[in-house]
Design a protein around this ligand. Structure first.
Ligand code: TEU
Ligand code: CA
Length: 548
């Protein structure tokens, strides 16, 4: 087995593509695999080492592909298996690997497994799902609510049974207790590895070990034995990347997934820094004002816990989250500078950074004014539920504008041309109206653009071992404006200092951060030395590499 210290993904940067919204090659308004192939040079220029591709499998698209009806085929709107093979080969030519999305907590209700399960209780596949009898009044077996609104239980009259779905009714949960199901999943993973993919991002992987009757879903009793089996079967001996997604993992449980001796996964996507911006009881539709010390604390805690073992997946954006400049920076006057400040703060920490499409040009949240603009199953489900309960539509709309998943899913803005250069037709979701000013062509022709800044950070990571291996030390942890840390290797020190606010800050550099050396990257002009008193304008930042 490849030693962790030699693993290729340690100094690589990932790039997430949400295929539906990236590039449309045939004018049907839906992004597709040929569209991605046509844009690979953009990613090669950026310098990324791998693409995490959100699901492209056959799917009725209830949840834009997170409801898979055939794990060994491609959705026709995205292309064909031959297109997928071409993507893998063309990316490989540019030294970019393809990491696919593994969605195996649930599948689609159109999957042949579920169809067989519906047909007869005697079918082997019936046991691939989770069935319960109705309650004595005929209602659902419990009052659990699905993440997308409504009950977690769906009634099937001809079987007189309910099945479990933690997400949409079209996403029945798979029963991982069934060994034949697990075998089918491992074989499917091997089939993809044999086609040449570079790994898997594992959707809500913490939910597979659930104990439904005990009401335990996340991090259930069988989670880690399943992950160890999954490692032993398709993963062991392969030089691939695995990253699990979990909204429940904490610094206390992190190493259970990615500790060296656990033989489970390489790293985890965790969401403490995301959830720290939500109202603790009312949730995501009730955002709190950005609280920098809390945000830092959640990221720094993870750095500390995974200092010597395990590995961090570093990200601020994905297809479920608001755009980083809108959530944590300034998407107006300081858009470019705050995009760079956030990138600088994130990319030089220990771990593998992930860039979400459009982040590299500072794309922003969009502005919804009417529910007819929503496309996301979660937003639509929760909107209906809130309106049925009589909640205030204006307040809910504000929540959607802040945290709705469609913010990340508006089309990639390539140019100031027709539909931002995304499609020659009409896009499945409206283009963000700000595309005339914010697009790849405009940003890349600007020497102070966001893209070039990302490119510098990504190239530096590839060339400097201190970014991969240096010991992390938080600095000024409780400071209300400053995001600062060092990375150290022997006598070398990399110091990162960022003002993450829209106010100017005068900062006395403490010894723990001071360094004499070369500026790696900066948004400050002229570049100050990192000692004594430093004046930082809004969202200014600098990284310096030198000796202590
Ligand atoms: O997301 C996990 C998940 O729980 C999200 O639905 C999340 O809770 C929500 O966005 C926050 O309110 C994964 C995928 O990333 C997401 O796109 C899928 O919809 C979901 O799983 C189901 O597969
Ligand atoms: Ca298309």
């Amino acid at each position: 087995m490849t030693e962790k210290s030699a693993a290729w993904w340690r100094n690589a940067t990932g790039y997430q593509i949400y295929p539906r919204s990236f590039a449309d090659s045939n004018g049907d308004g839906i992004g597709d695999i040929p569209g991605i192939i046509g844009r690979l040079d953009h990613l090669a220029d950026l310098g990324v080492g791998f693409i995490w591709l959100s699901p492209v499998y056959a799917s009725p698209m209830v949840d834009n592909g997170y409801d898979i009806s055939d794990y060994r085929d491609i959705a026709p709107e995205f292309g064909t298996l031959a297109d997928m093979d071409r993507l893998i080969a063309n990316a490989d030519k540019r030294d970019i690997r393809i990491v696919m999305d593994l969605v195996v907590n649930h599948c689609s209700d159109r999957h042949r497994w579920f169809q067989a399960a519906l047909e007869s209780e005697a079918a082997l596949e019936h046991e691939y799902f989770i069935w319960r009898d109705p309650a004595t009044d005929g209602g659902p077996p419990s009052d659990l609510e699905s993440y997308f609104g409504g009950s977690m239980w769906e009634f099937v009259p001809h079987l007189d049974k309910y099945y479990l779905h933690q997400f949409a009714a079209g996403q029945p949960d798979l029963n991982w207790q069934n060994p034949e199901l697990r075998r089918e999943i491992y074989e499917m993973m091997n089939w993809w590895f044999d086609r040449g993919i570079g790994g898997f991002r594992m959707d809500v992987i913490d939910l597979i070990g659930k104990d439904v009757d005990a009401g335990i879903f996340a991090e259930g009793p069988d989670l880690h034995s399943f992950l160890q089996e999954l490692h032993k079967e398709p993963l062991a001996g392969r030089d691939v990347l695995t990253v699990g997604e979990s909204w429940a993992v904490t610094p206390e449980t992190a190493l259970l997934y990615c500790g060296k001796d656990r033989h489970e996964l390489d790293m985890m996507f965790q969401f403490a820094h995301v959830v720290s911006g939500w109202h603790p009881e009312k949730g995501k539709w009730h955002p709190l004002p950005f609280d920098l010390p809390r945000f830092k604390q959640s990221l720094f805690d993870w750095q500390r816990v995974l200092a010597d073992d395990g590995w961090n997946a570093l990200f601020l954006n994905n297809h479920d989250l608001p755009r980083q400049v809108s959530a944590y920076g300034d998407d107006d006057a300081y858009r470019v500078r705050s995009a760079k400040a956030l990138a600088l703060a994130l990319h030089l920490m220990k771990g593998t950074p992930f860039v979400y499409q459009g982040e590299e040009i500072g794309m922003t949240n969009t502005r919804f004014t009417d529910p007819s603009q929503f496309r996301d199953v979660e937003t639509i489900g929760h909107w209906r539920e809130a309106m049925a309960k009589g909640e205030d539509p204006t307040a809910f709309m504000a929540g959607v504008n802040a945290n709705g998943r469609d913010n990340a899913r508006t089309p990639m803005q390539w140019s100031s041309g027709h539909q931002a250069g995304f499609t020659s037709g009409t896009p499945w979701i409206d283009v963000n109206p700000n595309y005339a000013g914010i697009n790849v062509a405009a940003d890349r022709s600007n020497p102070d653009g966001v893209f070039d800044f990302y490119k510098t950070l990504i190239a530096f990571r590839r060339s400097a071992d201190i970014v991969t291996d240096g010991r992390f030390q938080a600095v000024a942890e409780h400071h209300p404006a400053i995001f600062a840390y060092t990375r150290e290797c022997e006598a070398e020190r990399l110091s990162v200092l960022v003002n993450l606010t829209a106010e100017a800050v005068t900062y006395d550099v403490p010894d723990a951060l001071a360094v004499a050396g070369e500026c790696v990257v900066a948004t400050i002009d002229p570049v100050p030395s990192l000692s004594g008193r430093v004046e930082l304008r809004p969202y200014e930042g600098i990284a310096v590499l030198g000796s202590v």
